[in-house]
Design a protein around this ligand. Sequence first.
Ligand SMILES: [Zn+2]
Ligand SMILES: [Zn+2]
Ligand SMILES: [Zn+2]
Ligand SMILES: [Zn+2]
Length: 496
Amino acid sequence: MAAVSEDFLKKCEVKHNETLGRFVIASRHIGAGETVLLEQPTLLLANSADRRCCSCHKLTTSFCGQCRLLPLCGECASHESRDCQRLANLQLNAEQVEELQTHTEVHGALKYLLLREHTETQAQYEELLQMESQLGVRRDTDIWRHYEEEVIAPLHATGLLLKLHNGADIDAELLQRLLGIADINAYEIRAPETGGAMRGIYMRAALFAHSCLPNLVTAIDEQRQIKIYASRAIAAGEVLYNCYTNILLGTEERRHILKTGKCFDCQCVRCLDPTELGTHMSSFVCTSCIPGGYIVRHSDTGVWQCLLNAEHTLKAEFVANVLERAKEEVFHARDDIYRLELLLVKLGRLLHGNHYIMLDLKQHIASILRQILQNMAHRPNRKVYERKIRLCQEILLVLKVVAPGLNRLKAIALYELANTQAELGRKLYSEQEHNASDLLAELQQTEVMSREALRMLLYEPISTPEGQLARNMLRELKELQNDMKALQQSNDDVIN
Ligand SMILES: [Zn+2]
Ligand SMILES: [Zn+2]
Ligand SMILES: [Zn+2]
Ligand SMILES: [Zn+2]
């Protein structure tokens, strides 16, 4: 069995009910930042179209020379000998091997089936089978037919299944179940190449229920160990919630992703509140009630209605159209700060300032401003700093509501804000617009923010980008504190 940390056994209890299926509650009080689970993956899988080396997980086109069935890159000499041996012993002919090699998605299924082949891993296989597969919901859908063609047909055609232990028991239904388990339960993991992604199946981590307002944070380190910790204090008996989707998306988007990817309808507090906890992350401006009138989608009726006057409505098709066009425009304006700023004004006439598309735009603009500020050759003026500060503040206000407690995104936004304010303070001081005590007051403010940002990243594993960022933040915080001491000193000297 994959190693499960003591934490899970001591702090968690697995329950079952009709709506949630299996889920986990806190069996005792859990403090903010406390670990509830450390777990190694039972299976690592490539994303559907990718072919990854089964030893180092880098993208590759070559196969193991021994078993010929699993991808192995030129740099890796071998992979798990137990698996390699087992596959080699099947003695498939060249034609059969080729058929299985060309169907990339077969390789993931083989990894499942290999667990079943060895006495050492049979218990793991049995445990995997207990996981949710949503077989009923997926039956006869596109994904079902896709797997029939890409995985099940080649496995049958080559006769591979019949050569496995009790191979006759491995029918299409069982294979669909295994493939469904991966789709429903897998966590996305960073792949070896920058920006790449793959999937990991963690049997305990998969037990946590989902909420768009979670009380847990998930981090996966370089060694692919998952760490799940509390984002806030949790009382004994409370349900433990992870978030399977991006919290910076609007309700319809999030629910769509959860429905298509994980096969369930989210009923969390945020999804049921048309204003999304007052953030208005999906709200439209009511052009008849400017300023202050917003049109929201009522979760029970599905009608888009103004909060001030129920007769002001929008058609769902209109909403969908506007959003689709807006996303296209944001995509085309990417990297062009002037176009992005113009778009922000234009879309602001239709969408609430906190609408998720507006937030996406703001994040884009802020990241371009960061690049401008980092390059002193641009000689950025005060307005550039102020614009970035404002954007960070606006993004933070929303994050404070949808991600209360410890949160990576919030930590990073706060860190950006603190840094930019400190830089601006220093610039104004060097240009003699501000005196030493002004600068000291500004640095004191940013120190409070930096400490808060650092506190939110303290529980991240060290071998993650966020863990590294936390180390840098700690170093910068010390530098900031030294600067403040020096300033304090010179201030005191002036007074004396
Ligand atoms: Zn490799
Ligand atoms: Zn091999
Ligand atoms: Zn939800
Ligand atoms: Zn109105």
